[in-house]
Write a protein that binds this ligand. Sequence first.
Ligand SMILES: [Zn+2]
Length: 342
Amino acid sequence: MKPSKNLLFTFDYELFLGRKSGSVEKCMLAPTRQLIGLFERYGITAALFFVDTTYLLKLKEAAKEHPAAKVDFEFIQQQLQELIRKGHLIYPHIHPHWQDATYDAFTNNWSLPSLTYYRFHALQTKEREAVFDASISLLNDIISPVSAYYKIDGYRAGGWCIQPFSDFYPCFKKHGIVYDFSVLPGMKNLSTAQYYDFQVAPSKVYQFETDICQEVEAGSFTEVPISVVPVSSAIEFANKLLLKFLWKTGNRSVGDGSGVVAQVEEKSESIKNRNEMVSIELLTRVKLKVYQNFLRQNTLMHFISHPKMLSAHNFACLELFLKHATKDYEVRTNFRELVKHD
Ligand SMILES: [Zn+2]
């Protein structure tokens, strides 16, 4: 019998959040289509897609007036329904700074220059509740025609900003969200946009109640943290050279927007020492061995990736990784096998 491994593939399904959002086709639809095909070939189901519902709510509004926005909304809705039909999962992902995004009908692009509402914390209690309620009901509208029994019980915070958890607690309780996927154990990043400090969070699946970094055995919620892998300076150096070469030869990420520009105020030692999240967009030929070793040494490997960031090179490396993983191990991709059931 082959040893079994839990391999979680999670994605933030979203546009760029800077001055130029990029197009729906390039940032979301095309790379996700490619993922669906690849997962089908390797029998990977139950991948998790965290849908930027704040963007979708904005888009739905714009769709009333602008035909291009209407088309975007319909294509996204169709793709999300296809994901459900193929046995994948969709959950909400909230980026409140869509609140002051502006739409340019001529280019069918959005602009999000202000960081004022980057964090959920920047909203008033009433606004938090309203955006959470609207997010859940929008996803339910999309899911219900294709699945009658689907339960939206998972969440990932935009920009990993899940702290203070007290901001989310009433929303989780109200909507029956019991699984969170936002924590990067050991990492900390305080910037003019983001705020997270997971330095004391356990690097295992754990229960919690009011503090997301504090394990509470009988807690109401379960944290399924994102995997973090150490990358040596030698690997890092070789990777830089490879990325330079890939960039010059046109092997770039598919998305056509621009990201958030924020000033970093404080970062954890672990980030400085090149500990990094496990991610398809960071997976290169140089790091393939590092990822394979990580899988050998751990029973859970939780990837966080962004379709908009993926390049042809990343896809090729993911395919190599999957080829080996499915040959050497019994691969389990459903997160529910990792968590306690009621
Ligand atoms: Zn996001």
